[in-house]
Design a protein around this ligand. Structure first.
Ligand SMILES: C[S@@+](CC[C@H](N)C(=O)[O-])C[C@H]1O[C@@H](n2cnc3c(N)ncnc32)[C@H](O)[C@@H]1O
Length: 269
């Protein structure tokens, strides 16, 4: 199955369904960002700390798999030159409309988060990558490409799910309110469920998802050459009544930088 092609159509459908991650921010939010009052999300609820960002004025920022008219327009209104790369034409269309409406410096590119070959080495000062790598089967190429296109001193701000969210039988949880472990990790919509269950997902046109180990999510960034400088956990907002949120925060955000050397090569000698 061609995952990227399937997920392209599935995310186009999410736009039609009004998924909240496809709804652009309001004019008020853009106007405030122009005045220096802004925040963005990498995970469902908790804004990214302000001190995770450099001064954005004139910086080249890549919003990676981050369409939907949220992070890109805010960062552009705050002064950055923004490129947004995403796999869904409908999502890209949304950001283009917002950019035109508000005369924002945003370039939209259709592509795969794991293949940034359209960008030269060291093209960006900052990469913003909200929760989205659950839609690709392998996250390591995403970190390698992010490292390559970052300039020295540049930063990667990433959000991703704790793989624990993929353990449970959510059909059962919906009926009984009980979270029962069902799936071994790493989870894959291609191999963890039965053919019948997969056909149901495909019939509904829901994006296919894959869990990634924390070794790949965090160790993968380190192995790509990045140095982690920030970390927080987050959960769904209370009004979403997510069962797991009663027990633990299920999302993670990291701040990583591209230094001229890996910590450990010089610093620990
Ligand atoms: C949950 S949305 C994230 C965007 C949103 N602005 C946010 O704040 O989280 C996930 C995005 O990942 C994109 N996506 C899925 N697979 C992709 C791939 N292989 N390459 C690039 N983007 C992809 C989808 O099209 C969708 O726009």
């Amino acid at each position: 199955m061609e995952i990227r092609e399937y997920n392209r159509t599935a995310w186009d459908k999410e736009v039609e369904r009004g998924n909240k991650w496809t709804v652009p921010v309001s004019e008020v939010v853009i106007a405030a960002a122009r005045q220096g009052q802004w925040e963005i999300l990498l995970t469902p609820s908790k804004p990214v700390p302000g001190d995770w960002f450099p001064d954005l004025e004139g910086l080249d920022v890549l919003c990676l798999a981050s369409e939907g008219g949220q992070q890109g327009p805010i960062l552009a209104a705050a002064g950055a030159k923004v490129t947004v790369l995403d796999n869904s034409p409908r999502q890209l269309e949304g950001d283009r409309l917002v950019a035109e409406r508000h005369a924002l410096d945003i370039t939209t590119v259709e592509g795969d988060m794991a293949d940034l070959s359209m960008f030269s080495d060291q093209s960006f000062d900052l990469i913003v990558h909200p929760v989205s790598n659950c839609f690709v089967p392998d996250v390591l190429p995403v970190w390698a490409e992010a490292f390559r296109v970052l300039r020295l001193g540049g930063g990667l701000l990433a959000g991703f799910s704790n793989p624990v969210i993929y353990l449970f039988d959510y059909d059962l949880a919906d009926c009984t309110g009980v979270l029962q472990v069902k799936y071994a990790l790493p989870y894959s919509d291609l191999t963890s469920i039965t053919e019948e269950e997969r056909q149901r997902v495909i019939k509904k046109g829901i994006p296919l998802e894959f869990s990634h180990t924390l070794e790949d999510q965090i160790g993968g960034q380190l192995d790509a050459g990045l140095t982690l400088t920030g970390f927080f956990e987050d959960a769904y907002p209370e009004d979403e009544n997510d069962l797991l949120t009663n027990y633990m925060p299920a999302f993670i955000a990291t701040r990583a930088v591209k230094l001229d050397h890996k910590i450990g090569e010089k610093d620990l000698t």
